[in-house]
Write a protein that binds this ligand. Structure first.
Ligand code: PXP
Length: 240
């Protein structure tokens, strides 16, 4: 069964717009779970633009499904993950000036250092997922680090300029999933997925979890978070 990880970063984005205490991502996680979320995802960024350290600590206590901590593979973040012990971490590239994560991480160019990061986290029973593009060399490298998961970057699929380009991106993601599974990796996907483009990705054989944030929080502003999550679960089955 395909699961849905709801990324609640943008609840914190609204809070940080005024540096106040509302809306609280902790409450949002409860509502997302009531709506059917199978997991809660947060990205603790180096610049703390949305999620704060306090949020991750409290979510560790309150999340009833599983907590996926997205973070850059830096010493600071590894230290925080070892202390908080999320159910798994997703390692992503991070640039201060970007609006959102702009692409997959380059494992090939950093294989030795990144393998050490995986060893450190997984020795503490924190499974690691690499956020990568569906490229053969990156998938090979992810397997070489002994990580348990990859999360395939669906941004190019989501931003495709026409149906033909989108079909090509979907084919690449399908092939990448197949290659990763053959290498013993478990496969998630995310970034830029919406109520309108999610279904073909949900149909990729072997896909385990989709991590979706912006479109759900955007809809939640209008219809409420519980309903927005319920509707995403329907969209994943083409039943919306
Ligand atoms: N997966 C990863 C690794 C991400 O960095 C993000 C954005 O924080 C998402 C999924 C969710 O993307 P979106 O907000 O576009 O649904």
């Amino acid at each position: 069964m395909l699961s849905l990880g709801v990324n609640i970063d943008h609840v914190a984005t609204i809070r940080q717009a005024r540096k106040t205490v509302e809306p609280d991502p902790i409450a949002a996680a409860v509502l997302a779970e009531l709506g059917g979320a199978d997991g809660i995802t947060v990205h603790l960024r180096e610049d703390r633009r949305h999620i704060q350290d306090r949020d991750v600590r409290i979510l560790r206590e309150t999340v009833r499904t599983h907590l996926n901590l997205e973070m850059a593979p830096t010493e600071e973040m590894v230290g925080i993950a070892l202390e908080i012990k999320p159910d798994y971490v997703t390692l992503v590239p991070e640039k201060r000036e970007e609006v959102t994560t702009e692409g997959g991480i380059d494992i090939v160019a950093n294989l030795d250092r990144f393998t050490e990061v995986v060893t450190k986290l997984q020795s503490a029973d924190i499974p690691v997922s690499w956020f990568i593009d569906a490229e053969e060399a990156q998938i090979e490298a992810a397997a070489a680090t002994k990580a348990k998961f990859i999360e395939l970057h669906t941004g190019k699929y989501a931003d495709a300029i026409n149906a033909q380009v989108q079909a090509q991106e979907l084919a690449d993601l399908t092939r990448g999933t197949e290659q990763a599974i053959a290498k013993g990796l478990r496969v998630n996907a995310g970034h830029g997925l919406t109520y309108w483009n999610v279904y073909p990705i949900a149909c990729i054989p072997g896909m385990e979890e989709l991590n979706i944030g912006h479109t759900i929080i955007a809809r939640a502003v209008l219809v409420g978070l519980e309903r927005a999550v319920k509707e995403m679960k329907l969209a994943m089955k083409n039943q919306l």
